[in-house]
Design a protein around this ligand. Structure first.
Ligand code: ACM
Length: 724
């Protein structure tokens, strides 16, 4: 079970749930009947017993959903005996959580499930167990959003923070301002070396939002809509240029990532516009919270604008630093008048913040601490640990995202509890939230991979009492949950279990070491290219293989396979080649894994630091030949970096075209080879030669380019091959 319940008492006996076993909820209890329907549907979906719905008290073995008023708002009690299962709760949410726990005890693919008798008394540690879904950077369909809500619910995650607007898209239909979605919901992606592809985007109609809100309510998920102001608002300004604060001509909806400089202006008409927007937002979203963003407001545009400075005087505000609090206060008053509480990123934490405002701490946990000490409620959503756009391993299999590794264990070991906070402040920390930013997550499969199982770890942080959290136990329970993900078609990452390898050449053979991130299970391998199975050889400390063998390995727990297959050919050509994800980046400025496809067939993302495109091949064997080959790929430089733009390293190309510099020993050594690119913005393979070396050397490869766009990335390099 994930999350681990608060109290489990084993009893004697076994409950058998079979086809036709009734799930009973009283006919007049619509909420309980809905939960009974969900339990039946979920059980069918995993190939479990085909349960029957009953609205009259059944005789004999049954699952019974019963109200019990003395339990807490989300608590439940699940009693399982040989005669049936009884789920008791005060609320619909509690009944759903009890049903989710029972469902997790039904193994997938068993038409008749035997469940050990036990009594579970359970309630959450924190009331806010959130996931932020960014639908602005990449748009998800209604079905995709519902799927997220569904898996959140059975992990007992209860807040979907829905990031609906940003520089790259406005996703919410607002009746009074149709251009917000007619214009603001669409952008033309950045490309390099060819015509832009068709525009991308989409938006949620108000009817679709109502459908999603209703679906969320049935799954005990509260939606907190976010309209991000006064920064991250370029899509709105593209739709209605009079909202902007800059002198520049009206922007387009951005196809760039990062921190944009366009800001809303503080005119009364703009505040009225926002109130109109929030008026429709509160009509659509019945939950108690509305998020107004407030992050990353670079104030340069305000500072430069004579009109904004004049407006400051009209408002009696001393300087531009007082403008964001002005937006927050105005919107806070508006929301309070509509019975809602304002939520904002931790930048809203300024003197004068309304007492009921909720601060979402993303600059680490300091925002939550400061908010709690000031008497405001806070939610922990710290960069980098709970940012699910960070990759979860350094394996080549990880999809596009950030190169920073935040492993499942990193997430699991995040401690929401802050013992140094005084007791009165501790109660203000309302919970935890994972943030699923989608700049680099265009598809549902990738979304699920980035979210799961790390969101399962977050669910346990938010639900399970600290004393019962246990990393090794969690891994065992996760292993048991993987068939459930698979049965539901959820594309959960295997990164915690996937095989990593290091290969060392020895006289006449290769020495191979295998491992996995979480040290769970047994690694089994073959050296003849066959798919490893539960009967393949078990890996011990190391293996020796003859050069030329094809290795394959995977992690198993008993007969269960926990990971995909790692493969490696060990012929000389394969060993000479490394792709960008297998090299070390020279720096950690803004490390990204970027999509290199750009309309071609390549699928694997490229790893690079966009501040300084430079890679290190450690300990390269240059003895077989002085030749090398490199594949270079141009990428659009579609990044907004504000003041950091000045720190992008272009290098010093000797000619008019971009160049690849190859250094041996260290990146600081004079280049041993310099190759000019052919001047076209298209992928190309470069060939060169390095001085001969008998011992292993580090080789550093970096691009120098005359213009910031395009950005050149290394796809792969082969070292120590025959001279060109
Ligand atoms: C944020 O990551 N800009 C809240």
């Amino acid at each position: 079970m994930i999350p681990e319940p608060a109290v489990i008492e084993a009893r004697t006996g076994v409950l058998v749930l079979a086809a036709g076993t009734p799930v009973y909820a009283a006919g007049e209890d619509a909420g309980a009947r809905r939960v009974a329907g969900i339990l039946r549907e979920w059980t069918q979906r995993i190939g479990g017993p085909d349960l029957a719905l009953a609205d009259r008290p059944p005789r004999g073995t049954a699952v019974r959903l019963v109200r019990r008023q003395d339990l807490g708002p989300e608590a439940y009690r699940l009693s399982i005996s040989a005669h049936g299962a009884r789920i008791e709760a005060r609320s619909d949410a509690g009944l759903l959580y009890g049903a989710a726990t029972l469902w997790q005890l039904i193994p997938p693919g068993t038409a008749s499930a035997a469940i050990p008798a036990q009594t579970i008394s359970d309630a959450p540690a924190y009331p806010w167990r959130g996931l932020m879904l960014d639908s602005a950077r990449h748009f998800q369909s209604v079905a995709d959003v519902k799927s997220v809500i569904e898996w959140m619910s059975w992990h007992k995650l209860n807040v979907l923070h829905w990031h609906l607007t940003d520089d790259q898209g406005w996703r919410l239909e607002i009746r009074k301002y149709p251009r917000l979605t007619q214009v603001g919901a669409w952008r033309v992606p950045a490309t390099v070396g060819r015509e832009p592809v068709a525009r991308v985007g989409g938006f949620y109609s108000q009817a679709e939002v109502r459908e999603i809100v209703a679906y969320a309510a049935e799954h005990a998920v509260t939606i907190v809509p976010e309209i991000d102001v006064p920064g991250h608002a370029q899509a709105a300004i593209a739709a209605y240029p009079s909202l902007g604060a800059g002198e520049d001509p009206a922007p387009t909806v951005s196809a760039r990532w990062g921190i944009h400089t366009y800001l809303l202006n503080p005119e009364e008409a703009t505040l009225r516009f926002l109130e109109d927007v929030f008026e429709e937002v509160v009509q659509l979203f019945p939950g108690p919270y509305v998020h107004v963003g407030g992050d990353e407001v670079v104030r340069d545009e305000w500072r430069r604008s004579a009109r904004v400075v004049a407006r400051l005087h009209e408002l009696g505000i001393a300087d531009v630093d007082g403008l964001q609090p002005y937006f927050t206060a105005r919107l806070g008053r508006f929301l309070a008048a509509h019975g809602r509480r304002l939520v904002g990123w931790d930048e809203i934490l300024r003197p004068g913040l309304p007492a009921d405002a909720v601060v979402m701490s993303w600059h680490g946990t300091s925002g939550a601490r400061a908010a709690a000490l000031a008497g405001n409620d806070a939610v922990l959503a710290p960069w980098p640990t709970l940012y699910l756009d960070n990759r979860q391993s350094s394996l080549p299999q990880e999809p596009t995202g950030r190169t920073q590794v935040v492993s499942l264990e990193d997430v699991y070991r995040f401690a929401p509890e802050d013992p140094s906070l005084p007791a009165h402040a501790r109660a203000h920390v309302r919970g935890v939230q994972g943030n699923l930013w989608t700049e680099h997550i265009p598809t549902r499969d990738m979304l699920e991979w980035m979210a799961l199982p790390r969101a399962a770890a977050i669910a346990e942080l938010g639900w399970t009492p600290a004393a019962r959290r246990d990393w090794r136990g969690f891994l065992q329970r996760l292993a048991a949950t993987r068939p459930r993900y698979a049965a539901l078609g959820l594309h959960a990452a295997d990164s915690a279990f996937a095989v990593h390898a290091s290969l060392q050449a020895a006289p006449g053979h290769l020495e191979v070491r295998l491992g996995n991130q979480s040290h769970v299970g047994t690694i089994r391998y073959t050296a003849d290219g066959r798919e490893p199975t539960a009967d393949s050889a078990a890996y011990g400390d190391s293996i020796e293989v003859a050069p030329g063998a094809t290795l394959a390995a995977a992690t198993f727990l008993g007969a269960q396979r926990l990971s995909g297959t790692w493969t490696q050919r060990t012929d000389a050509a394969s060993l000479a080649r490394r792709n960008s994800r297998e090299l070390e980046l020279c720096s950690d400025g803004v490390g990204l894994l970027l999509d290199a496809r750009g309309g071609t067939a390549e699928a694997a993302p490229l790893a690079l630091d966009i501040m300084d495109p430079c890679w290190i091949y450690r300990g390269a064997d240059l003895s077989a030949g002085p030749g090398f080959r490199v594949r270079a790929v141009p990428l659009p430089f579609n990044f907004e970096l504000a003041a950091d733009l000045a720190h992008v390293k272009l290098g010093s190309p000797r000619g008019a075209a971009a160049e690849l510099e190859v250094h041996v020993g260290s990146c600081q050594a004079p280049p041993a080879a310099v190759l000019a690119l052919d001047g076209t913005p298209s992928p190309q393979v470069l060939r060169g030669a390095l001085p001969a070396a008998t011992e292993r050397r580090d080789v550093c490869l970096r691009f120098a380019r005359p213009t910031i766009d395009p950005l050149w990335a290394l796809d792969w390099v082969e070292l120590g091959v025959a001279a060109p």
